[in-house]
Design a protein around this ligand. Structure first.
Ligand code: AGP
Length: 622
């Protein structure tokens, strides 16, 4: 995944591009580059390394011009280097391209272009795009080709897009057309910001918020031509598209660090507010009794009759799906299958069109998740998306969308997006249970009362971060960290282990606690920390045995359990308690100390938690 941006207006483009790239840096930081068009020439500056390296280079020598494009890269084809950094230009340097995605047939296209005398300078797949555009630009200049009613530049871009297989969010500028930027997307997010006397382009909304909140979320295979004073939209066949713009509700401040050292820490602390934002619009009080109102998705009794629920997602979102498995089965008594999207898409799954198919994704742009969703759709499934991104591909292609309303999540390691996904899952499970007649009025009201208490309980945990900080200080150098738990606690263990490995680079794994003795316990020694999630009261004795088994082999331990619970006092190395809620809702709270533990371990190990190595926020390629 990479971040791309563009600016056309009256201001100097370079500072605007750098500012936007700063907001997109979480999408990739192997290299960065910009291309600015100044009347008669395109100037390119691109450097290996983080954006700061490029900024220092540019500070030495300003690049004038009020139109430009910028890129921050997460390498897929070709190592991180100055040459492989974007923008890429054609041989005469009069066309420049930036690209996010993967050109799957780039090998064939490269050979085709080489046979026509093109010399490639980089190892990237992207370079074929600029040479293809150049090829059609020159061909069309000699004898008009292809799509009538479009100018030479647009025609050349459309012809090139017609040859490309794969995914792209891209932007192109041409020296001979100093009044426009052309952008296009397929399977890669791209948003056009509509400003006043200026127009902008970005892979993600936060990069636009300094300028505008009016946007076009580019649709699949849509092309935008940005001028200073207007934007034209086309299909990739050159037909005009006329549609209204969308309004973004986030403000610029929501996308800044707000005094926290890192976005991740800020986002962990935003969870009480995010819980409230997820809950409030859905909780309605009728005749003094709370009820879940899902008018927004038109969820009706036919959904409650689904014989089975299938959930697919990747990474953290898949862990939310694992919590969903336990929650839907516990409350609504509907069998659930939760699968990793990259597995589901190639599995030839057995399918019943009456199944309820739930797809979970923070970004709504994860390539594997979209592919799984499209496969299910093809087979006639009803798709319910749980996503944080309004206007994302997932939101647009699903039948129903439940927004998490977590606000912008910038940290690569997902935190508030996860817990708000959980909140949506619980609301759905309770609603389906009620529709199926499985919860009487009192149990339903009690459950909703418990959920309403969650924001304040989360806040209480966040007021005790010092205890987690101390614990991290004692264990951040451990060679192995194992998270163990049963049922809901197992799902939280999976997410806790992922958080720790993503940002601290510690070898951490999650085990269903009962599985330890079937193999993993062979790994336990004095260099091991075991974090036991212990919130399922009926299973306390079982998890207590597992903690003792690991302690007997020299492991240190932390037990995360309920306030006022003393079952583990004598066997735990240390204990962190969380406010008591109903056992099935424990993941909403028990993940918070684990997120904090991962964060503090990462910082103590000298890592930047917002920019974990080798990772990207949203994986829009396979
Ligand atoms: C979370 O911390 C990860 N960085 C990652 O696992 C992420 O959850 C996964 O890539 C799915 O992303 P999505 O929710 O945007 O689809």
């Amino acid at each position: 995944m990479c971040g791309i941006t563009g600016y056309i207006g009256c201001k100097q483009a370079t500072p605007e591009l750098l500012r936007a790239l700063k907001k997109l840096e979480y999408r990739g930081y192997d290299s960065a580059g910009i291309a600015v068009l100044n009347g008669s020439r395109i100037t390119v500056r691109k450097m290996k390394g983080a954006l700061g390296v490029l900024e220092r280079k540019i500070a030495e020598e300003a690049i004038p011009g009020t139109l430009g494009i910028g890129h921050t890269r997460w390498a897929t084809h070709g190592e991180p280097s100055d040459t492989n950094a974007h923008p890429h230009t054609n041989l005469s340097g009069n066309i420049a391209v930036i690209h996010n995605g993967i050109i799957e047939n780039y090998g064939v296209l490269k050979e085709w272009l080489q046979a026509r005398g093109v010399v490639f300078r980089s190892q990237t797949d992207t370079e074929v795009i600029v040479h293809l555009i150049d090829f059609y630009y020159n061909a069309a200049a000699i004898a008009p080709i292809g799509i009538p009613g479009t100018d030479l530049f647009l025609r050349a871009v459309l012809e090139a897009l017609g040859r490309i297989e794969g995914s792209y969010g891209l932007a192109v500028i041409a020296r001979d057309f100093p009044d426009r930027i052309i952008a296009a997307r397929k399977d890669s997010p791209l948003i056009v910001g509509l400003g006043d006397g200026e127009n902008l382009l970005a892979s993600d909304v936060p990069a636009l918020l300094d300028h505008t909140r009016e946007v076009y979320y580019l649709g699949e295979r849509e092309v935008a031509v940005l001028y200073r004073d207007h934007v034209d939209l086309f299909t990739d066949q050159g037909e005009r598209v006329i549609r209204p713009s969308s309004h973004v509700d986030w403000d610029a401040q929501a996308a800044e660090k707000g005094g926290y050292a890192h976005f991740m820490l800020k986002e962990i602390h935003e969870q009480p507010r995010a819980f409230t934002d997820t809950l409030r619009p859905r909780l309605k009080i009728a005749d003094g009794t709370p009820d879940i109102n899902f008018d927004e998705i038109g969820l009706d009794a036919s959904w409650a009759d689904a014989p089975r629920i299938v959930i697919t997602a990747c990474g953290t979102a898949w862990h939310a799906g694992m919590v969903g498995k336990y929650a839907f089965e516990h409350f609504a008594r509907i069998p659930v299958e939760t699968d990793i999207a990259s597995e589901y898409r190639y599995r030839n799954p057995v399918f019943n069109p009456r199944d309820l198919f739930i797809v979970i994704s923070q970004s709504g742009e994860t390539a594997d998740t979209l592919a799984a969703m499209r496969l299910a759709k093809q087979k006639g499934a009803r798709i319910l998306a749980i996503t944080n991104a309004v206007g994302s591909t997932l939101a647009r292609e699903s039948d129903l969308v439940l927004y998490t309303w977590a606000g912008p999540e910038i940290g690569v390691a997902s935190t508030k997006a996860f817990t708000t996904q959980l909140m949506c899952v619980y609301l759905l499970a309770l609603k389906l249970a009620r529709l199926r007649g499985l919860l009487d009025g009192r149990a339903y009201r009690d459950a909703l009362t418990s959920l309403q208490a969650i924001p304040a309980q989360a806040q209480k945990i966040l007021e005790n971060t010092a205890a987690i900080q101390r614990f991290a200080a004692g264990h951040f150098n451990k060679g192995k960290v194992f998270f163990i738990g049963r049922q809901f606690d197992y799902a939280v263990s999976l997410e806790s282990a992922l958080k720790l490995k993503e940002i601290s680079y510690t070898h951490s794994e999650a085990f269903a606690a009962g599985e330890l003795k079937h193999g993993p316990i062979a790994l336990v020694d004095r260099d091991t920390l075991v974090v036991a999630l212990a919130t399922q009261t009926a299973l306390f004795d079982k998890i207590a045995s597992n903690i003792q088994e690991t302690a007997a082999r020299g492991a240190a331990s932390l037990v995360i359990t309920w306030e006022g619970e003393h079952r583990f006092d004598k066997i735990a190395g240390e204990i962190f308690t969380i406010p008591r809620t109903d056992d099935p809702f424990s993941p909403l709270l028990s993940i918070i100390p684990a997120q904090l533990f991962a964060y503090y371990c990462a910082v103590l190990r000298g890592n930047d938690p917002d920019k974990p190595r080798n990772l990207a926020k949203s994986v829009t390629v396979e």
